[in-house]
Write a protein that binds this ligand. Structure first.
Ligand SMILES: Nc1ncnc2c1ncn2[C@@H]1O[C@H](COP(=O)(O)OP(=O)(O)OP(=O)(O)O)[C@@H](O)[C@H]1O
Ligand SMILES: [Mg+2]
Length: 368
C-alpha cells in the first residue's frame, strides 16, 4: 500500500500544506526544528488514531489556532481511501473514512497500516515492560480492531476489579463479587495473551534472520513472551483464573491486580543474554531495527500487501555501509524517511522532500 498524498491545516508548525508522495523512497530532509517529524506524525495519526509522540491532542494544533485538520489518501490493492482527522475547540478529535464519520475509533485501524520507527522506540529494549506491552498492543491493533476492542474491555474490567479490591472494609463484599470479575477478566485475558503470543512467535524468525544479516552473523536475537502459560485461549484463561484466585489475598492487601496481560512482558535475548542488561546502545538500536523490519514481513503476510514504512531520524545514525544495505532491503516498499543528513542517496529513483519552517518543496530524483 502507499500514501498518495497528505493535506495539513493548522497542524503543528504548518499553516497549510499539500504533499504528494512517491510510490517508493521519500527522503524528508531539512535542518533541525523545521517540521520533518511533524509530517510523519500526521501520517501516523491516521494509522494509529493517535500521535506516536504525544497523548495530548491539543499539542498538535498550531499555536494560537482553534482547530487542525489532517487528511490522507491511501492506495490499497483494492482501491483508494481517504482518512481525515479534525480537532476543534468544542469536540474531541473526529475521524472520517471516505468522508463518513467514524463512530468507533477502532474502525480506523487497518486502513493505513504503517510500521513506524523513531529514536523513541529504543525504549522497547532499554526501558520497562509497559513500553513493550504498548509496542505489542499498538501494532497488533493495526491488524485487528477486534484485538483493540478486547484490550479496551479488559482495561475496564480490570478497573472494576481493582475498585472492588480497594474496598478493604467490606471483605465479605469482595468475596461475594470477585468471582464475576475474575471470570470476565480471565476470559478476555485468554484471548489477549493468545494473540500476543502468536504475534511474537511470528516475529521471531524474521527478526533473527534480519539481525544476523545486519550484523554479518555477529549477533542473533530471540524474542519470547513472558507471561501466563498455555497455548489455546482456554488454557491461558484457566491458568490466569487459577492465578487470580491464588493471588487474591495479596491483591486485596495491595489494592490492585498483580497478574494478567497488563503485567506481562517480552524478552529480547541477544546471543542468549537479556539485551536490556547486556546489549550496547548500538546493539539495542540494531535489535529495534530488526524487530521493526520483521514486523514489516509479518504485516505483509497478514495483509497480502506491504505496509508503509516510516523511519523518523533513524537513518542518520547508521554508518554508510548500513545505510547502503538498508536501502537495498527497502526497495519495492513505500518508505517515508526523515533525517538532517543523508550521507548516501538511494540508487533508484526517489522523491526528495525538503522542509523549511513548515514549508515543503519536492523534487523527483531520477536514477543516476
Ligand atoms: N503546536 C505547535 N504549533 C506551532 N509550532 C509547533 C507546534 N508543535 C511544534 N511546533 C514547532 O515545530 C518544530 C518542530 O518540528 P519537528 O519536530 O517536525 O522538527 P524536525 O524537523 O523533525 O527537527 P529535528 O531534525 O530536530 O528532529 C519546532 O520549531 C516547534 O516549535
Ligand atoms: Mg524530528
Amino acid at each position: 500500500m502507499q500514501v498518495k498524498w497528505l493535506k495539513l491545516k493548522n497542524f503543528r508548525n504548518y499553516d497549510e500544506c499539500k504533499l504528494n508522495f512517491f510510490e517508493g523512497m521519500n527522503l524528508i530532509s531539512g535542518k533541525n526544528g523545521q517540521g520533518k517529524t511533524n509530517l510523519v506524525e500526521a501520517v501516523m495519526l491516521c494509522a494509529l488514531s493517535k500521535s506516536p509522540r504525544t497523548s495530548r491532542d491539543d499539542d498538535m494544533k498550531k499555536e494560537n489556532t482553534s482547530h487542525f485538520e489532517v487528511e490522507i489518501c491511501v492506495q490499497r490493492n483494492f482501491g483508494t481511501l481517504t482518512i481525515k482527522c479534525i480537532l476543534d475547540d468544542l469536540t474531541k478529535k473526529k475521524f472520517y473514512l471516505n468522508s463518513n464519520e467514524v463512530k468507533k475509533i477502532s474502525d480506523i485501524f487497518g486502513n493505513l497500516v504503517a510500521v513506524y520507527f523513531s529514536p523513541n522506540d529504543l525504549k522497547i529494549v532499554s526501558e520497562g515492560p509497559s513500553e513493550r506491552r504498548d509496542f505489542m498492543d499498538t501494532d497488533i491493533s493495526q491488524l485487528s480492531s477486534y484485538y483493540y476492542n478486547l484490550t479496551q474491555r479488559y482495561n475496564k474490567v480490570l478497573e472494576q476489579r481493582n475498585k472492588l479490591l480497594k474496598m478493604v472494609h467490606s471483605r465479605q463484599l469482595i468475596e461475594e463479587q470477585i468471582d464475576i470479575w475474575d471470570e470476565q477478566l480471565s476470559t478476555l485475558a485468554g484471548y489477549i495473551v493468545k494473540t500476543r503470543k502468536s504475534f511474537i512467535k511470528k516475529l521471531t524468525v524474521p527478526a533473527s534472520e534480519i539481525m544476523r544479516n545486519i550484523t554479518k552473523d555477529a549477533d542473533d536475537i530471540k524474542i519470547s513472551y513472558v507471561g501466563s502459560k498455555g497455548e489455546t485461549s482456554a488454557e491461558i484463561k484457566n491458568e490466569i483464573l487459577g492465578a487470580l484466585k491464588y493471588n487474591l489475598a495479596k491483591d486485596m492487601e495491595l489494592g490492585y491486580t498483580t497478574i494478567g496481560p497488563h503485567r506481562d512482558d517480552i524478552k529480547f535475548e541477544l546471543n542468549g543474554k537479556d539485551s536490556k542488561i547486556f546489549a550496547s546502545q548500538g546493539q539495542q538500536r540494531s535489535i529495534v531495527l530488526a524487530i521493526k523490519l520483521a514486523e514489516l514481513e509479518v504485516f505483509k503476510n497478514e495483509l497480502g500487501e506491504s505496509p508503509v514504512l516510516v523511519l523518523d531520524d533513524v537513518f542518520s545514525e547508521l554508518d554508510t555501509a548500513r545505510q547502503k544495505s538498508l536501502y537495498k532491503k527497502l526497495s519495492g516498499l513505500q518508505v517515508l524517511m526523515t533525517g538532517t543528513l543523508f550521507k548516501f542517496k538511494p540508487e533508484e529513483k526517489y522523491l526528495s522532500i525538503m522542509v523549511n519552517n513548515g514549508q515543503v518543496k519536492t523534487k523527483l530524483k531520477e536514477k543516476l
